[in-house]
Design a protein around this ligand. Structure first.
Ligand code: NAD
Length: 419
């Protein structure tokens, strides 16, 4: 499923998405190349002492795709299958995501090839500190600001912040976002990506004349993004009829009790074994009949093979890169709308931006203020993307890329090229 397994280049897919939109823009070819290509890709060998005294080298990456609209911004992923190709794609999507929602950042991403489920907390801490130390000249509040992604959390961000601060001889909270709230994190950050998904689903339902009440939802992934999206959608009146995680899937026609499933998952670290729904074959999850499908796990899961069997009215991409370009074409032909990742999951980076702002002004907002500002940005961005899609009679993904490319290209032209 992942790029490494089935020879899909996630970066090539991201570039195909770029090209589909770029050809409608009639911009200078050279200028488009500057917008498109990653600025800097770093591969690291990270030596770590394991708990048994042995020494292991982990491969790490940091890609800064763009610093044109502001400092680079993007999460750090710990996963055995992560690789430079994937991190480059994720970094590019960050550039376009920040441009779509109009926040003043470029795009970056980081990753370490490791399996955190097989590592102790101490090993993860040593790995994180070494990764951060190796990137001292690259990251920083005005250069490149990491955040959590798959398998990294608030604790990992706290270690990054501490390592950076120790090297700089000053407390530097703004070097990472997604920190614990007691050390400069923002209220509402943990829920922000899922909350952004909610606002996009509301926007799309409204556009299609559907009521949120009783909309059937299927969610793939029950981590940070998927679980919060499921919870907020259920609280908004939707019925979450099926959910899956890496270990299995669940189905309940009348809607799964999400707070009960959250409690089960907090205890068991998986949705499997939950008694309030029946088990569903994980392979059937994405093609379960529903109104809204929310892929919120990993990339390349909606393929040419399963796209023709998807039975949703629209797809809200909580994950980054869940649909490959061939699938997009099939879905568009079948009239299934896709709210693209660079819009739909942008709530996370938007509140990360708020966290960075709060760290820098030293004044902290209450959760209502954070959510109010997030809703405003998500609704405005959804409206802008929809307007371009309607004007050019194209998909929401092409429209979102068109908006983003234009915004980055405009800044390049204003700044000019240095040397
Ligand atoms: P997470 O590690 O918290 O959760 C990932 C979930 O996906 C887990 O429930 C896991 O079991 C599930 N999963 C993994 N493989 C699966 C499979 N084969 N089938 C079904 N489920 C599977 O990660 P997250 O932070 O929720 O991120 C999920 C996606 O959202 C990623 O693509 C990430 O890049 C993207 N994203 C995250 C944020 C954020 O703020 N966390 C922001 C924007 C985008």
């Amino acid at each position: 499923m992942r790029s490494a397994d089935i020879q899909i280049s996630t970066f090539e897919n991201a570039m195909k998405q770029f090209d589909d939109a770029a050809k409608l823009l009639h911009l200078d070819k050279g200028l488009l190349e500057v917008v498109k290509r990653p600025r800097r890709s770093i591969i690291l060998g990270l030596p770590v002492t394991m708990d048994d005294g042995s020494l292991r080298i982990f491969e790490g990456y940091r890609v800064q795709h763009s610093i044109i609209r502001g400092p680079a911004k993007g999460g750090i992923r710990y996963h055995p299958d992560t690789n430079l190709d994937e991190v480059q794609a994720l970094a590019a999507w960050m550039t376009f995501k920040c441009a779509v929602v109009g926040i003043p950042f470029g795009g970056a991403k980081g990753g370490v090839k490791c399996d955190p489920s097989k590592m102790s907390k101490n090993e993860l801490e040593r790995l994180t500190r070494r990764y951060t130390a190796e990137l001292m000249d690259v990251i920083g509040p005005d250069r490149d600001i990491p955040a959590p992604d798959v398998n990294t959390d608030q604790q990992v961000m706290a270690w990054v912040m501490d390592t950076y601060s120790m090297h700089m001889r000053t407390t530097e909270t703004a070097v990472v976002t997604g920190k614990p709230v007691i050390m400069g994190g923002s209220l509402g950050r943990r829920e922000a990506t899922g909350r952004g998904v909610l606002y996009c689903v509301r926007g799309m339902a409204n556009h299609l004349g559907l009521s949120m009440e009783g909309l059937d939802i299927v969610v793939q992934g029950f981590g940070n993004v998927g679980s919060v999206a499921a919870d907020l959608l259920a609280k908004d009146g939707c019925k979450v009829i099926a959910v899956g995680d890496v270990n299995g899937a669940l189905y309940k026609k009348d809607g799964i009790n999400i707070p009960a499933l959250l409690a089960h998952t907090a205890k068991n670290r998986t949705i499997v074994g939950f008694k309030g729904a029946v088990p569903l074959d994980l392979d059937e999850l994405l093609t379960t009949k529903c109104d809204v499908l929310v892929p919120a796990a990993l990339e390349n899961v909606i393929t040419a093979k399963n796209a023709k069997h998807i039975k949703a009215k629209f797809i809200a991409e909580g994950a980054n890169g869940p649909s490959v370009p061939e699938a997009d074409k099939i879905l568009a032909k079948r009239g299934i709308y896709v709210i693209p990742d660079i819009l739909c999951n942008a709530g996370g980076v938007t509140v990360s931006y708020f966290e960075w702002v709060q760290n820098r002004i030293g004044l902290y907002w209450d959760e209502e203020e954070v959510n109010r500002r997030l809703e405003q940005i998500m609704n405005r961005s959804f409206g802008e993307v929809l307007a371009v899609a309607l004007e050019y009679k194209t998909t929401l993904r092409v429209a979102a890329f068109m908006l983003a490319i234009r915004r980055v290209a405009d800044v390049i032209q204003l700044r000019g090229l240095y040397a």
